[in-house]
Design a protein around this ligand. Structure first.
Ligand code: ATP
Length: 249
């Protein structure tokens, strides 16, 4: 399978302006690839650099050192990659305008790409069906939906342009456990159908294992271990990964 996202010795440093101008090395020398149809799980404690790395993969943050490539080519300008990259966040409310009907929210990325209204409507109905919602959800407002239904709508919106890469940043963390499993299953099914590459960021190792092909463990800006997800059922090699495993056991 060919790489969709390639991070080549990526480093990101921030200069904290408010706190005496000290420099934070949020990501250090990270090299990793995410292939078509593959999910890379990214786990690690708060502040270890996961979200920063996710923003680099989305092209929202230029690495300080090293390079991010998409489908083997220099990333270039974000504008030219419109529709090819997508994100599902922890709170669907962040992606859905409360004053817009769900159908309009789901279709909006297509509108931005210039798709005609008729095509958008057909695509929205198809996408809602794929995330397990009936067509009449297009007429509802986010406030009328449960948390799980809202996250399904947010996923439909993230997928409508057929992106090649999707970042799931704590995408199931705010959901009840039973709803989490449904949404994780949905993510797996959609990936099997659409073949996008995915980065699944989570504090929750069990959820991450469930959807990921490989798992990378971040510690203080570095990936200290990357291994097939099944290896995490056995004994991961890095002491920090073992500590993480014990914490969820
Ligand atoms: N825009 C920024 N300016 C300054 N420092 C930042 C910025 N963004 C992130 N950082 C710092 O970089 C480090 C990594 O942060 P990041 O949010 O990537 O970690 P994380 O693993 O995603 O944490 P969490 O799980 O809490 O979201 C932290 O020390 C954070 O304070």
């Amino acid at each position: 399978m060919s790489a969709v996202i390639t991070l080549d010795k990526v480093g990101v440093t921030f200069r904290r302006r408010l706190i005496g101008g000290d420099v934070v090395e949020a990501v250090r020398d990270v090299s990793v690839e995410i292939a078509e149809g593959e999910t890379l799980g990214l786990v690690g404690e708060s502040g270890s650099g996961k979200t920063t790395l996710g923003r680099v993969c989305l092209g929202l943050l230029q690495p300080t050192t090293g390079e991010m490539r998409m489908q083997g080519e220099a990333f270039g300008r974000l504008r030219q990659r419109r529709g090819q990259l997508s994100v599902v966040l922890q709170h669907p409310e962040w992606a859905l305008n409360p004053r817009l009907r769900c159908g309009a929210s789901v279709g909006e990325p297509l509108r931005v790409l210039g798709a005609p209204a008729g095509d958008r409507q057909t695509a929205v109905a198809r996408m809602l069906d794929q995330v397990g919602l009936s067509a009449d959800f297009a007429e509802r407002y986010p406030g009328q939906l449960s948390g799980g239904q809202r996250q399904r709508v947010a996923i439909a919106r993230a997928l409508i342009t057929e992106p090649r890469f999707i970042l799931f940043d704590e995408a199931v963390s705010a959901l009840d456990v039973s709803v989490q499993t449904q949404v994780l299953n949905l993510i797996r099914d959609l990936q099997a159908d659409h073949g996008f590459a995915a980065l699944f960021i989570s504090h929750d190792l069990a959820a991450t294992r469930y959807v990921s092909d490989r798992i990378a463990v971040m510690l203080k800006g570095e990936i200290v271990e990357a291994a097939p997800a099944e290896d995490f059922y056995g004994t991961p090699s890095h002491p920090y990964s073992r500590a993480l495993m014990e914490a969820v056991a």
